[in-house]
Design a protein around this ligand. Structure first.
Ligand SMILES: Nc1nc2c(ncn2[C@@H]2O[C@H](COP(=O)(O)OP(=O)(O)O)[C@@H](O)[C@H]2O)c(=O)[nH]1
Ligand SMILES: [Mg+2]
Length: 313
């Protein structure tokens, strides 16, 4: 190696050693090249850096780091995508089966299904996608799991109320989610309350975890608490359902527009039609059950679940 490499070159080389991403490597290599004295003695080195630069530039234009897990997404459908999280045998697949038309394998899961399985759960007139997953377990986690969870909405934690080991898993699962930068579940589902002693076990769990999670008792196979489950998941997603109506006509109640809580009249207008949003003067607000009939509201008015809007442009 030629002796006359200055401090700039050496510090750039140091940057390269610590670079975490292709973009950082490109930056370091560019600095090295710039700091390199250009003469006969460094020709080989110049060529070498140029070659690595062009290679790394190509890499940095690809999506994600070169050695990451294969890109895996479950296409979103409905008002939310809610993963079922929990240890093995807590009843995640049974819940999916009870609440959707999906047909997950029950009982043999840890060794059979290796992919997330979506199913559409009905909550009144809205559809919410549930994702059945293999357990988050100490021994093994699917490489695609972090990515799928990061792209999903917050999940629900499903435990078997009669299995004390499941409670120990809660900490472990939360830890993993934090490592993966995936959202923490706001809802704890205590499953299998049909088993003798199950209700008492659930009460004890709710005592213990009620401060941290909203806790809900269900029986996936006994079909107990399932409507409450659907409502709790809808609440967790913090959504509002909004309907529209043309002046002088009846409201269109077959399919709601679904927006995030906090959305306003103008957000709803944008959803419905670009022209409404651009030319909106005001809206009239109706409710499913008739109170506030036709109240005039402006574009900043905060929407509530069940609002019916009549746009005036
Ligand atoms: N008694 C009872 N058994 C259940 C209930 N839900 C699931 N199971 C049983 O628990 C076992 C594991 O269920 P599964 O849905 O495969 O759990 P997963 O591993 O979390 O997907 C199966 O034998 C189910 O039949 C429930 O609510 N009550
Ligand atoms: Mg399962």
């Amino acid at each position: 190696m030629p002796a006359n490499l200055g401090p700039d070159y050496l510090s750039a080389e140091e940057d390269l050693r610590h670079a975490q991403t292709p973009a950082e490597r490109v930056a370091a290599l560019e600095k090295m090249y710039a700091a390199l004295p250009k003469h006969k003695g460094t020709e080989k080195l110049q060529a070498d850096i140029k070659r690595r630069l062009s290679q790394t530039r190509k890499e940095s234009q690809k999506k994600g780091p070169a050695h990451s897990a294969p890109f895996y997404v479950v296409p979103r459908e409905g008002a939310g995508q809610v993963p079922l999280l929990g240890p093995a045998n807590s009843g995640k697949s049974s819940l999916l089966r009870a609440l959707t038309h999906a047909h997950p394998e029950v009982a043999e899961y840890p060794f059979t299904t290796r992919l997330p399985l979506p199913g559409m759960m009905k909550f009144e007139d809205a559809g919410i996608q549930l994702l059945d997953l293999p357990p988050i377990a100490l021994e093994f986690t699917e490489p695609w799991m972090p990515q799928v969870l990061r792209n999903a909405d917050p999940g629900v934690l499903v435990v078997d109320v009669n299995d004390p080991a499941d409670l120990e898993e809660i900490e472990f699962i939360e830890q993993r989610l934090a490592e993966w930068r995936a959202p923490s579940p706001p809802l704890l589902i205590g499953n299998k309350i049909d088993v003798p002693g199950g209700e008492d076990n659930f009460a004890a769990i709710a005592d213990l975890y009620g401060g941290r999670y909203r806790c809900l008792p269900v029986s996936a196979t006994g079909l107990v608490g399932l409507p409450q489950f659907a409502r709790a998941v809808f609440d967790m997603l913090a959504l509002v359902r909004v309907y529209t109506k043309a002046p002088g006509k009846k409201a269109e109640l077959d399919a709601p527009y679904i927006l995030k809580r906090g959305a306003t009249v103008i957000d709803a207008a944008r959803h419905v039609h670009k022209d409404f949003a651009e030319h909106l003067r005001f809206a009239r607000l109706f409710r499913l059950h008739g109170e506030r009939d036709g109240l005039m509201v402006d574009r900043r008015h905060l929407l509530e679940d069940g609002d019916i809007l009549e746009f005036h442009i």
